[in-house]
Ligand binder design. Structure first.
Ligand SMILES: [Zn+2]
Ligand SMILES: [Zn+2]
Length: 113
């Protein structure tokens, strides 16, 4: 479980549940960015060509797309979360609301700073 917060526009989304999720539908849910959406969504990283549920357009995974992150800390030991070999590194991520790189993911279980 991770949460996100943007210090630029105060966008926040809690309870992003990485992995299998609550309903035990199969998949590896990871946070993803849709250019047209104003919120983070969870998508199955095991699927190819993932699309936005609302817009039916391709979406980008935060752990995969380098353009979504700046100042990334490459140390995987310090990553916010790891799921099946995919790491959400500590970085400044692109906010779905204001589109600035000022969004942070934090792990609810661990206090980083
Ligand atoms: Zn969308
Ligand atoms: Zn923002």
């Amino acid at each position: 479980m991770i949460k996100s917060f943007c210090k630029n526009c105060n966008y926040k989304q809690d309870n992003l549940s990485i992995g299998y999720g609550f309903d035990f539908t199969r998949g590896s849910m990871m946070p993803a960015f849709c250019e047209a959406c104003n919120k983070i969504q969870l998508a199955d990283m095991a699927k190819e060509n993932v699309i936005c549920k609302i817009h039916k357009t391709p979406i980008q995974f935060y752990h995969e797309d380098e353009s979504l992150a700046i100042d990334a800390n490459p140390d995987q030991n310090q990553a916010v979360v790891e799921w099946e070999g995919a790491y959400i590194l500590k970085a400044k991520y692109k906010c779905p609301q204001c589109k600035e790189h000022s969004l942070k993911f934090t792990n609810k279980g661990i206090n980083w700073d």
